[in-house]
Ligand binder design. Structure first.
Ligand code: ZN
Length: 132
């Protein structure tokens, strides 16, 4: 398992991308809309992990709700696994609460699933896997 990306909730993708490109000296990817989460996403590929900037496009988006409650900042930490469906079954059996019991499609057409922060010291952990 390896760190895939840090998901960062931002109010304005355009404003944040300018700042992050300056800090990390890489160009962000083109904007991608993920309907499932009602978010616009742009990523910065760093050497060992990505930064995933997330902007809600609707008040009902989990990102909009997060910013409303907690403000901008690190929203989730994503880890790449080789068998996401198997990992979820295993975690559930071990008593870890899951937000998504089955994988769904996220940005970059990756399979994703979130673990429940109640089981993870309030850290929102995402598992991700390349589609085979
Ligand atoms: Zn993510």
């Amino acid at each position: 398992m390896k760190l895939a990306h840090l998901g960062i909730a931002v109010k304005s993708l355009d404003d944040s991308v300018k700042i992050f490109e300056k800090i990390f000296k890489v160009k962000a990817t083109e904007k991608e809309y993920v309907d499932e989460q009602k978010v616009n996403v742009r990523k910065l590929h760093l050497e060992n992990c990505d930064l995933e900037l997330l902007e809600g496009t609707d008040p009902e988006s989990p990102i909009s709700k997060y910013i409303e409650k907690k403000g901008e900042g690190i929203h989730h930490v994503s880890f790449e696994v080789s068998d996401i469906a198997g990992s979820l079954i295993e975690l559930k059996e071990e008593g870890i609460k899951l937000i998504n019991e089955t994988p769904r499609t996220g940005a970059d057409d990756m399979l994703i699933a979130f673990l429940h922060p109640k089981s993870t010291n309030s850290i929102l952990i995402e598992f991700t896997q390349k589609k085979k």
